[in-house]
Design a protein around this ligand. Sequence first.
Ligand code: NAD
Length: 368
Amino acid sequence: MIKTKKRKILLLPGDGVGPEVILEVKKIITWLNKKKSLDFQIDEDLVGGASYEKHKNPITDEVFYKALESEAVILGAVGGPKWDNLDFSKKPERALLKLRKELKLFANLRPAICFKQLVEASSLKPEIVSGLDIMIVRELTGGIYFGEPRGIKPIENGERKGINTHTYTSSEIIRVAKVAFELAQKRNKKVTSCEKSNVMEAGVLWREEVQKIKDSDYSDVELNHMLADNCAMQLLRNPKQFDVIVTDNLFGDMLSDEAAMLTGSLGLLPSASLGVKDKNGKMRSMYEPVHGSAPDIAGKGIANPIATILSFAMALRYSLELEKEADNLEKAVQKVLDEGLRTKDILSKGKKEVSTSQMGDAIISKLK
Ligand code: NAD
């Protein structure tokens, strides 16, 4: 079989359960290299608390440059109580913010899929969530988390004032809207755009720009506008009405967590953060599970690796143009769940409990 060109993948396991779940992805990559003659070149390095312990820095320049050079970065998780009291600039989470900002990862994709095998794990009624498959596209590098001026300053009569600024430019809105429309074209051709245009000027601009780009470039996609607070309510009332939701950084932060919980388990939720395409159509990207470092279960071999494995499947689809391999990996996860194998977090009566590595091995066995 002809070998494809080398694909550089950077693995950043991080802290807590991060190394345990990334190890399962590494096993899958090694399997793909060997059995499918793919040529992934894996590099692995420290990030977060693990990097702080060695370098007194949550991400070194060397690791950052490796990320710049890679076709995809796959990250485990960062953080933990050990580093909670560090100065803000040294905290493990700073590494994530730096990667997102400097790699210009402006679009965060968070699928919320309710696996039929796990419908009971959701806090909503099975008929509301069964078959749920929505994609939330959150703008990740603009809005109130980055806007200037910001800070806390003293004002008259001894009071203090906290300031953050919510700003968006037309181009910031258009580029993330395009990501949403293009995803919708491959799905059910429906985009819901959320803002607060009833009370925020930036929301009015958001609505106008999304409508304009739809009218000019995406006549095949249906567009609805919804106020973000209504969207929060609709996600609980009737989540299956949505296909792709596109929204800003702040509302996306909340709506994507809410949608995630419709599916029942943090251990199953992947995410992708995508950057700007260069002139050759290549883009920077980072893939990570939605969950954190889960210090309460770290080192016990019980973490669910599925969120990280599905994040790698997203990397295969969106960064590495290996759609078929992505499909196969997602199907392998489904088959393992069909057979009743469960890590502790999703265990229910009559199902078989497996460890992190047994789950990884079972998924690999279904790839064959
Ligand atoms: P968490 O996601 O780490 O854990 C929340 C709960 O979910 C815990 O009970 C944990 O055991 C469980 N859980 C998480 N992932 C799991 C998995 N793969 N399998 C089974 N169970 C799993 O959130 P937290 O406890 O609020 O945060 C812990 C640390 O992680 C904090 O330091 C936080 O800052 C950090 N964090 C990092 C990221 C990231 O790296 N992207 C995201 C969120 C939180």
